[in-house]
Design a protein around this ligand. Structure first.
Ligand code: ADP
Length: 442
């Protein structure tokens, strides 16, 4: 580190003053000479400062003026810091340019919003996808440019975890997936992906499965009809053939279930197919389901009970809700041993509105629970096949619940039983009949 310079310049000043005092004493005017010298020094320094100021104001790009004395030391320092800052700025500008260049080369769109949700910056892809104009749209509120109601709901929902899919508001043939990331001081980054191709492929796959299952329905019905006719002559057939006939009947039945489930699943996946939205009397529906379950559970001596407490009413598609709950109940029957117990309950708490199907059956190991709603996932394939299961039941339940903004909660213990709860959001719940009756009394 260079030593401090001010003591040296103070020494110089003292010497000048001393010399002027001596000179003044020699000619008989010591004070006057000192004053004149001080005035000259002051004027000299003001002139130097003026050049310094001028340079600071106008000539930043130029090398500093050639000043003398103490001021020159300060000027050198200022010049050094200035050059260092200029260099840092140039590096930063370069970095920014490179970052923008690479962001513009991306096929996905990116845009940033300031803390007031106004557009700050976007890359070329985002500009093209959303039709943004530079610089007119800088500073515009994003929700005024992207007015899709689903997006606006997603944008304001700080809890939202999954990206949202919408049709592009400026080109409805284009599908977009938008993912918002919050960072820093309430700033936001929006990632925009063109998923038109993906949606098209999903549609092709869904249509294919729907068509195949539809086409297979008729030949299977014919086959089933003939198998049933042949069944009438089973007594006349040799034992090996009548056994084969029974197997054929079982397999035809299985294939019919499989096709029906596949068809249901593809219809549920089809986003364009609108579900019904009516008030469902859940209490009544649960009683009907319990009745049906008792019929299939009779042979195994399984008891099916449904809670007497009044249940809430639900806004949704009655057919879909019935099919989901029936799937859960028939699973409970299939995976509960003889003389078991199945309970159907309806519970409402501050956080949840739940319909729960509880059994004391074989239970499920924790390792399988996360995968149960995958298509064709079975814990024990042989047992599932033996019960006539298609491996699609819980996938159907999951999709029905998704369509109703609800979720499935599974808890189970191997050997002790399972509990499947359908948790519905408050927005889907209509006052329970009991509450409604109470209100009408007021
Ligand atoms: P499946 O038609 O095979 O029953 P599901 O999708 O309905 O297909 O169920 C997937 C798997 O989850 C089943 O194969 C079974 O292993 C397990 N499972 C479903 N419900 C229960 C239950 N109540 N108790 C025990 N295991 C169950």
């Amino acid at each position: 580190m260079t030593p401090l310079q001010w003591p040296r310049y103070l020494r110089h000043l003292c010497i000048i003053l001393l010399l002027s005092l001596t000179l003044g004493a020699l000619i008989g005017y010591p004070l006057e000479v000192v004053c004149i010298v001080l005035a000259i020094l002051a004027i000299y320094h003001v002139l130097q400062l003026a050049r310094f100021e001028q340079w600071l104001r106008d000539e930043k790009e130029q090398p500093p003026p050639d000043l003398h004395g103490y001021l020159n030391v300060l000027l050198d320092k200022v010049y050094y810091f200035q050059r260092r800052e200029r260099k840092a700025q140039a590096t930063l500008r370069n970095l920014l340019k490179r970052a923008q260049k690479s962001a513009n080369a991306l096929s996905d769109g990116y845009l940033t919003l300031d803390r007031n949700d106004h557009l700050e910056w976007w890359n070329v892809a985002a500009g093209q996808m959303l039709g943004l104009q530079h610089p007119t749209d800088v500073g515009q509120p994003l929700v005024q440019l992207l007015r899709d109601p689903d997006f606006i709901r997603y944008f304001h929902d700080e809890e939202a975890k999954k990206p949202i899919r919408i049709r592009n508001p400026i080109n409805d043939r284009m599908h977009l997936e938008l993912e918002l990331t919050r960072y820093g001081n309430s700033e936001k980054l929006l990632h925009i992906q063109d998923i038109t191709q993906l949606i098209h492929l999903e549609q092709v796959r869904t249509d294919f499965i729907a068509n195949v299952s539809h086409e297979l329905r008729t030949p299977l019905t014919v086959l089933k009809g003939y198998v049933e006719i042949l069944e009438n002559f089973a007594d006349a057939l040799p034992p090996a053939m009548s056994k084969g006939l029974r197997t054929m009947e079982d397999q035809v039945h299985r294939m019919q279930n499989l096709i029906e489930d596949l068809f249901t699943l593809t219809r549920l996946e089809d986003a364009s197919a609108k579900a019904q939205e009516v008030e469902i009397d859940l209490g009544k529906l649960l009683k009907e389901i319990a009745e049906e379950a008792r019929v299939i559970a009779r042979d195994k001596g399984i008891r099916v009970t449904v809670a007497e407490k009044a249940c809430f009413n639900l806004l949704g598609d009655p057919k879909q809700i019935r099919s989901a709950l029936m799937n859960l109940v028939s699973n409970a029957v299939n995976y509960t041993n003889a003389n078991g117990h199945i309970q159907i309950t309806c519970e409402q708490s501050q956080d949840d509105n739940a319909v729960t199907i509880r059994d004391n059956g074989i239970g499920i190991d924790a390792a399988h629970i996360g995968r149960l709603t995958e298509r064709f996932y079975r814990v024990d394939p042989s047992r599932s096949t033996a019960t006539g299961g298609t491996g699609l039941g819980l996938a159907i339940v999951k999709h029905v619940l998704l369509r109703h903004n609800a979720r499935l909660k599974i808890t189970s213990k191997l050997g002790e039983g399972s509990q499947f709860s359908c948790l519905f959001p408050a927005a889907r719940v209509i006052a329970a009949p009991q509450e409604a009756a109470d209100l009408s009394k007021l």
